[in-house]
Ligand binder design. Structure first.
Ligand code: IVH
Length: 667
């Protein structure tokens, strides 16, 4: 019986691996997503019922786990080199001349796209993925294996045959534009700061502590180099073809070129066409194909002498600055925006560019009607990088930053050390009021079903709402029948509002939109003060005594609660029935016995899972940290702790406690 179950499990794993490959590497799925999910669920159920057949390489493991990954530093077997960059064709020809001179041979080149992401080094032992390590300083990097395992296009097990027992391959992790855009749309809706570009987002994602979040971010990886002494074949291109046959994603836009003319044609083609690719690229890498020639040419301390990167120039155009307008955000931050004469840039028409803040405008010495140079930063958000001063008409007027809010007329303020100007009229400035309400209803805050930005806009314009408390006083009769709103949607909203009365205190606190009080800070505050009254009465000292609450946050809270309108709103919401204290459940058993202590968990434990221990640390007011530093208070040690970690702890003199000692500490 169990034999046949094992067979079934193994067969399902194999089948799902193959579908993953067809979908994520080949982009040629042969079954529907629903069919795939059904099979995956079936496998999950079988694995759950038969933990004895567990396999860390199972496709079910791609969803990640929330076990904190403490990134160990791993030394690279072969140092990770970088590439020499060139920006013009002359330098490329020099490269070609040097290669010919040094080898006395006519080289063949392989041209590849240069992916703009984060480089990664994978090692496989007997065909099984063992380590995924970031570039780090080139000598050693972070072991991010758990996170990389969630990337569906990366094989956990190699396919085919012929791979060496010990095998390393290098490539680039990237976040597709579509994923990047989706994340930013979500962040915008939640009033969160936007991610700058796909590369930064990739590097932020791969260093995340929680691999289940990484799994949701849908990274991808392209592989381009097999380092080391083992000779797979005599040609770089053949190496890549072998890697592709073992299941790696190798860019299909890789070409062998017999001459510099062909190389240049490849470059010109992709300089134009790259905007159509699903991921960011910033150049073309040109490599000598023959491995024998590569070995002859060798490397410098920094980079191989058989390869060079041609970097694309960020596409730039000139257009006229028509005017500058100023947007007021939810927090009152003022963002200047340049309105431009529409112009085509990297495939899209650009009409506006962000100017960020007053310093940027001053640094550009911007004048109205100037001819400005516009570039796409990270290919996404256009920015003004310079002014054509020779073309400036002497009567053009300098752009002066506004002194008053364009929406409500209040005098703007700029705090010391802040790049941005702010409108201080929190409770009377329309975009701030609307922005606060939009934040309040957003998914991570009160998560009000059936409401969105447009409905808030509509209700505000109809004069139905001025504060978030007004939301709870709306009636079906007054909202149904409004522009595009049927009875059903009205009902759904009101039900959503009613349900939100159960949203826990920490999220209500986050939903209030107090400056610098994001999700994490709200959680810390809720835990430390337990209810709103205590938080509102807290002194500056009491606030900053809470771990991770600094002066800036404390000041912002005190400032917020010093305004009568804010206190009145909180009282109003309290009467409406929102949660302004921790639930009984959250209160039960929580103490501050570990207040101020940073504890690192390492190894495996007998009585509790690491997740349980982490919860206990937090419940008792301590902080669970991911990496060892001189500020770590204790190492909570289980079995099998890595020797390098032990050494570090001992060197820093950090006390080590066992699971039992920990339990005594928290009583
Ligand atoms: S080859 C020894 N090929 O660019 C050869 N690198 O500045 C090592 N990159 O660290 C690199 N696309 O992160 C190579 N097709 C490609 C690449 C590529 C992107 C990145 C990689 C490397 C950096 C070099």
């Amino acid at each position: 019986m169990t034999d046949s179950i094992l067979h079934k499990i193994v067969a399902l794993r194999k089948e799902l691996d193959q579908h993953n490959f067809l979908y994520y590497v080949k982009a040629q799925p042969v079954i529907t997503d629903i069919e795939f999910d059904q099979k995956l669920k079936e496998l999950e159920a079988l694995e759950k019922a038969h933990p004895e057949f567990d396999d860390p390489m199972s496709p079910t493991k791609r969803v990640g786990s929330d076990i904190t990954s403490e990134f160990q530093q791993v030394k690279h077997q072969y140092p990770v080199l970088s590439l020499n960059n060139t920006y013009n064709e002359g330098e490329l020809r020099d490269f070609d001349t040097r290669i010919k001179k040094e080898t006395n041979l006519q080289p063949e080149y392989v041209c590849e796209l240069k992916f703009d992401g984060v480089s990664i080094s994978l090692t496989y032992e007997k065909g099984i993925l063992k380590h995924a390590v970031t570039r780090g300083d080139g000598v050693q990097g972070d072991d991010v294996t758990n996170n990389v395992k969630t990337i569906r296009s990366i094989p956990l097990k190699l396919q085919g045959s012929g791979w060496p027992d010990e095998f390393e391959i290098r490539g680039e992790l990237v976040m597709p534009f579509a994923v990047f855009q989706k994340i930013n749309e979500e962040r915008a809706a939640n009033g969160e700061e936007l991610l700058a570009n796909p590369r930064n987002s990739t590097s932020g994602t791969i260093k995340m502590q929680d691999s289940s979040v990484v799994a949701k971010r849908q990274l991808d990886g392209y592989f381009y180099y097999v380092p080391g002494e083992i000779r797979l074949s005599d040609s770089h291109l053949k190496n890549l073809e072998l890697a592709a046959s073992w299941g790696f994603k190798v860019s299909e836009h890789t070409r062998k070129c017999g001459s510099m003319e062909e190389v240049l044609a490849f470059i010109h083609h992709w300089d134009k066409e790259r905007s159509k690719l699903p991921v960011a690229t910033d150049g073309v890498v040109i490599k000598v194909d023959s491995i024998a020639m590569q070995n002859d040419l060798g490397t410098t301390a920094k980079s191989p002498r058989w390869a060079v990167a041609y970097k694309f120039k960020a596409e730039q155009v000139e257009t006229r600055l028509l005017s500058v307008s100023y947007q007021v955000g939810r927090t009152g931050a003022i963002t200047p925006v340049a309105n431009l004469e529409p112009v085509l840039l990297a495939g899209t028409t650009v009409k506006r560019a962000s100017l960020h803040n007053a310093d940027i405008i001053a640094a550009l010495d911007l004048h109205l009607n100037d001819l400005v140079k516009v570039e796409k930063g990270g290919e996404i958000i256009p920015k003004i990088v310079g002014v054509n001063e020779a073309e400036r008409h002497p009567l053009n007027q300098r752009v002066e930053f506004i002194t008053h809010c364009p929406e409500c007329g209040s005098t703007l303020v700029r705090d010391e050390g802040e790049a941005k100007h702010f409108c201080p009229n929190e409770t009377g400035c329309p975009p701030q009021i609307k922005g606060k309400i939009i934040h309040f209803i957003s998914r991570k805050a009160m998560n009000i079903d059936g409401m969105g930005e447009e409905t808030v806009e509509l209700f505000y314009n109809q004069g139905l709402i001025r504060t978030v408390a007004d939301l709870y006083r709306m009636e079906e009769a007054s909202i149904a029948g409004l522009d595009r709103l049927g009875e059903k949607s009205a009902r759904r909203m009101l039900d959503g509002l009613e349900a939100s009365k159960k949203v826990p205190f920490e999220r209500v606190l986050f939903a209030l939109g107090i400056r610098y009080v994001g999700e994490t800070v709200a959680k810390l505050l809720a835990k430390a003060f337990k209810n709103m009254d205590a938080l509102m009465e807290a002194t500056f000292e009491q606030l900053t005594n809470v771990n991770e609450i600094g002066d800036r946050i404390a000041e912002s809270l005190i400032n917020h609660f010093s305004l009568e309108a804010n206190c009145a709103l909180i009282a109003d919401l309290h009467n409406i029935g929102l949660q302004f204290q921790l639930s009984e459940e959250e209160m039960a058993g929580s103490t501050d016995k570990l207040a101020g202590l940073s504890i690192i968990i390492s190894g495996t434990f007998e009585k509790h899972s690491r997740e349980e221990l982490k919860k206990m640390i937090e419940q008792h007011g301590g902080k669970n940290v991911g990496s060892i530093s001189k500020n770590t208070s204790y190492l909570l040690a289980g079995e099998n702790i890595g020797p390098s970690k032990m050494e570090k702890v001992q060197k820093l003199g950090i006390p080590i406690i066992s699971e039992d000692e920990f339990m005594t500490m928290i009583g």
